[in-house]
Ligand binder design. Structure first.
Ligand code: FES
Length: 188
């Protein structure tokens, strides 16, 4: 049977045996402590700190004209050692007043607006009700127009418009969480 340095329950612990065993334990502990900075440097070598990059969500040519489209994308953020990968959905509205059937879009044919789906009242997710041509929140019945304005209900402000960019025919969106239940649009 292999020999071990740990005291056996069957054997009385001699003074010399105990000292040897304790010295071994102290050495193991010292090696562990010495390894901690190495572990820390490996963690610190992750991606550089960033917050809410623009993420490519669609080719402009694939977006429907005058009808809101629900798109999803994955957002990666890092705040110090807090690294997260979160899926988000957004409502993308592209098109002109004519294309939307008089629902209230701009006169600019290729105007694109990306709304957060988070209701500005208390944070439920709004959906597009094609039968009424409005965004509707199922929680307390806030209703928003196709251009995000409050039509009725307790929502204190319109739907939050997210930052966007168009590059090489593609739409990029930056996810932002805004503070609910207040009239001002303020990032959390
Ligand atoms: S959370 Fe949308 S109306 Fe209350």
């Amino acid at each position: 049977m292999a020999e071990t340095n740990t005291p056996s329950v069957d054997e009385p612990i001699t003074r010399r045996g105990f000292v040897g065993w304790a010295a071994g334990l102290a050495g193991a502990f010292a090696a562990l402590v010495a390894g901690v900075p190495v572990l820390g440097s490996l963690v610190a070598a992750g991606p550089p700190a960033k917050q809410g990059d623009l993420v490519r969500v669609a080719d402009i040519s694939t977006l429907p004209d005058g009808v809101p489209a629900a798109l999803t994308f994955v957002d990666q953020t890092q705040d110090a050692y807090d690294y997260s990968i979160l899926p988000h959905s957004v409502w993308v509205v592209r098109g002109s007043e004519a294309a939307s059937g008089g629902l209230g879009l701009t006169a600019e044919a290729d105007a694109i607006t990306v709304f957060s789906p988070v209701c500005t009242h208390l944070g439920c997710q709004v959906f597009w009700d094609a039968s009424t041509g409005h965004f509707v929140c199922p929680c307390h019945n806030s209703v928003f127009s196709i251009d995000g304005r409050v039509v009725s209900g307790p929502a204190p402000r319109g739907l939050d418009v997210l930052p966007t960019e168009v590059r090489d025919g593609a739409l990029y969106v930056r996810w932002v969480d805004y503070t609910p239940a207040i009239s001002e649009k303020i990032p959390v």
